[in-house]
Design a protein around this ligand. Structure first.
Ligand code: MTE
Ligand code: MO
Length: 315
């Protein structure tokens, strides 16, 4: 069920506190606010935070959310891939604190009628914030269930008016050698790409938070992509440029090992990675293996995007 945010609700930071509290209480009593997320404004609030990060809200629940058990906050924020901060799973949580996420802008450019630079605080208010509980499947064989906070990438792309000649979208992330690894693991900055129809798909999310709070740096603050039917590496963290293009963009992992990481990288239990079977996965926190689902369980929503395509050739 989609709970609409009444259009007259303003974020707490621009509404006098008392009035905001009253209105919030009223909406909560009226059942209009999604409980966990309706605790504060888009900017740091004085509310006691469960996990010490500022709250985001109000949030609407998404019909795309899974009802599966969520991976605990602790695991989501300490078991990460963010190679700019080290290659061990625990490195990003230890090192990403060095990243300054304010001020931050995202340039949206290329084949667009109205290319523009957006400030991160403007992005937090660009569209109603939703909670989206998605499965995330890493190509390494593990998975998590994460309650993201964000809005569809399509909401942002529409603002710059993509031209008819735009066919792909390239995502470029921050590379700051002062705080990030200089190891030549990948060709920095980390870059990713999607076909325009994939980028415009309602499941494709720009996330600015998780568990109702501002995104921890190790998870890609202040803004990252989440494409739930693709392997985790497509979900680029700490994005600074989004570029509409007419040609398929080069991507970091494809450049590093093109036989291992294709452009599409749709989760597919029938197409193995050269070094790992993709038939099963281990949910973080569990010991048993689960069967991996086609398109990570989102086939009903996305299979039509690939109709007639050979998914073995286009891996
Ligand atoms: N900039 C950047 N984005 C990145 C990565 C990275 O190393 N650098 N790793 C990717 C991989 S392999 C995965 S599985 C997910 C992990 O996201 P999480 O740590 O929030 O679970 O981020 C992706 N985004
Ligand atoms: Mo990954």
């Amino acid at each position: 069920m989609l709970i609409q945010r009444p259009s007259d609700i303003l974020p707490s930071e621009i509404t006098p506190r008392a009035r905001f509290e009253d209105r919030r209480r009223f909406l909560r009593d009226a059942g209009l606010l999604f409980a966990a997320g309706a605790l504060g404004g888009a900017l740091p609030s004085a509310e006691a935070a469960t996990n010490a990060a500022p709250k985001l809200g109000p949030l609407t629940a998404s019909p795309f959310s899974t009802s599966e058990e969520k991976t605990p906050y602790k695991a989501v924020t300490t078991y990460n891939n963010y190679y700019e901060f080290g290659t061990d799973k625990s490195d990003p949580a230890e090192n990403a604190g060095r990243l300054a996420t304010r001020p931050w802008t995202v340039r949206v450019e290329g084949f667009a009628g109205k290319p523009r630079t957006f400030d991160i605080d403007e992005l937090l208010r660009l569209a109603p914030l939703e909670e989206r509980i998605y499965r995330l499947r890493c190509v390494e064989g593990w998975s998590m269930v994460i309650p993201w906070v964000g809005f569809p990438l399509a909401s942002l792309l529409k603002q710059v008016e993509p031209l008819g000649s735009a066919k792909y979208v390239e995502f470029v992330t921050l590379y700051d050698p002062k705080v990030m690894s200089r190891l030549p693991v990948l060709d920095w900055p980390y870059a990713e790409g999607l076909r325009l129809d994939e980028a415009m798909h309602p499941l494709t999310l720009l996330a600015m938070g998780l568990y109702g709070e501002v995104l921890p740096n190790q998870n890609g603050a202040p803004i990252r992509l989440v494409v739930p039917w693709k392997y985790g590496f497509k979900s680029a963290k700490s994005i600074v440029t989004i570029r509409l293009t007419d040609k398929q963009p080069a991507t970091a992992w494809n450049k590093a090992a093109k036989h291992e990481y294709g452009f599409y990288s749709n989760v597919n239990p029938q197409v193995d990675h050269p070094r790992w079977s993709q038939a099963t996965e281990r949910r973080i926190g569990e010991f048993r293996k689960r069967p991996t689902l086609m398109f990570n369980g989102y086939a009903e929503q996305v299979a039509s995007l690939y109709q007639g395509m050979d998914l073995r050739a286009n891996f």
